[in-house]
Design a protein around this ligand. Structure first.
Ligand code: ZN
Length: 418
């Protein structure tokens, strides 16, 4: 098995080299640079940035395939042959820990000028790391923050948009041109304190968490803003790239306006901003949208019959899975995907029954991303061991699957075990 993986990685590296030298009509030939538009498109990608699955939070699609981080390791999914390969290439590597070439442990990933960029961590320093598209030639191109007296680093994602890296640190949102020194970073929102106090390791429920979302001339960011009564509420801010101002444009609705849901009044399960409209999912309630700034909530779909679900959005599709996310122990979810257009009109339903019949051990599904009319998702499909002392354990086996949303055909791509 190990030998097969190594061979596959070698073949992939060779294939990439051939590709870089110029293959097909679409890729750039030797000495040419890729069109700027393609380069920009491989920075922040809405379709790839909605995974709610702990083990795959980073993904970026570039010409020919998709880079993703599974459990800290960099993989490449070749879309021409639908094979996922760990980008290690080190002989006899067991791909365990930081000695593996594929270990990135990143939060944030993009592709630009034929380089793969990841946000990585060295101790508590946060770095931008670049590498060639086959995962080699890895180097630090930029430091985003450093620890001072044990001050906590922010684990929130950074994004790259139009050549600028946006990242949160100590409740402040910064912007710095890709590759520049962090001394050149400018604070675009938040109060900069005079140095870090350091050493605060207790959990602060009011600590800000950022989720960044560039769209058009705006950088949106969702934060858990503290309300007057001390509770938190997910709040969407918008930083204008043209006039450099920040304004609050949306807040999680109150129960009085939309009715109860899984996390009533606090947060939404999934959201997506496009062209000045936010579309969002309230589990056990519905799909909603509001025009920004501060438009009234408009219900697109009533999903109150489904207590738990997960949702992925794209430019023209909203996809609802009637299954609890990562239902590990006992399966209680449904078995279908429902597609709507962006106005909530039902398009079709896709059954997952055949997959469930093939893998009776499936305990749940997790949606990952949408690409070219295909859905990529994980099926948790462990095998159950014998009952020992009244306890039965399951070996983790995450099956990466793809569904063609046109035909409903499902393909199993790769199985991760651990
Ligand atoms: Zn390895």
């Amino acid at each position: 098995m190990r030998h097969m993986r190594r061979t596959a990685a070698g073949l992939l590296a060779a294939a990439l080299l051939v590709c870089l030298a110029g293959c097909g009509n679409e890729s750039a030939g030797p000495g040419e640079t890729a069109p700027a538009q393609q380069t920009e498109a491989a920075e922040f990608q809405k379709n790839m940035c909605q995974s709610q699955y702990f083990y795959i939070q980073d993904a970026c699609e570039a010409e020919g395939g998709i880079y993703f981080n599974y459990d800290g390791y960099l993989y490449y999914l070749d879309k021409t042959n639908q094979k996922a390969t760990i980008l290690c290439g080190k002989p006899d590597c067991e791909h365990k820990g930081s000695r593996c070439n594929a270990w990135i442990n990143s939060r944030g990933m993009w592709v630009r000028d034929d380089q793969v960029y990841c946000i990585t961590f060295a101790g508590e320093d946060k770095l931008v790391t670049a590498m060639d598209r086959d995962g080699t030639n890895r180097r630090t191109v930029q430091q985003l923050q450093y620890s001072m007296n044990g001050a906590q680093s922010s684990g929130d994602d950074a994004v790259c948009y139009q050549g600028v890296v946006y990242y949160p640190y100590n409740d402040v949102l910064y912007a710095v041109p890709l590759g520049d020194d962090m001394e050149k970073a400018t604070a675009i929102w938040g109060e900069e304190s005079a140095g870090t106090t350091g050493g605060s390791f207790f959990f602060d429920g009011n600590e800000l968490h950022f989720r960044l979302w560039p769209d058009g001339d705006s950088l949106y960011f969702m934060i858990n803003a503290v309300q007057e009564d001390g509770t938190c509420k997910d709040t969407l801010m918008a930083y204008s790239l043209t006039d450099e101002t920040v304004q609050q444009v949306w807040q999680t609705p109150d129960e009085a306006a939309v009715g109860p849901w899984y996390t009533t009044g606090v947060s939404v399960q999934a959201w997506y901003v496009q062209d000045g409209t936010i579309t969002y999912y309230l589990a056990g309630n519905g799909l909603w949208r509001s025009k920004l700034p501060d438009g009234e909530p408009e219900r697109l779909v009533d999903t109150s019959a489904i207590p738990h679900g997960s949702v992925l959005f794209s430019e023209d599709t909203t996809l609802l899975l009637n299954d609890a996310l990562s239902a590990r122990v006992e399966r209680e979810g449904g078995d279908s995907l429902t597609l709507y257009d962006t106005s909530g009109n039902l398009q079709k339903e896709i059954s997952l029954t055949s997959l469930l019949q093939e893998h009776p051990g499936i305990t749940g599904f997790a949606l990952l991303f949408l690409s070219d009319g295909d859905l990529y998702f994980i099926a948790h499909a462990g095998t159950w061991g014998d009952i020992e002392d009244g306890v039965q354990y399951q070996d983790r086996a995450d099956v990466l699957c793809r569904i063609d949303l046109d035909t409903g055909d499902c393909t199993e791509i790769h199985t991760f075990t651990g």
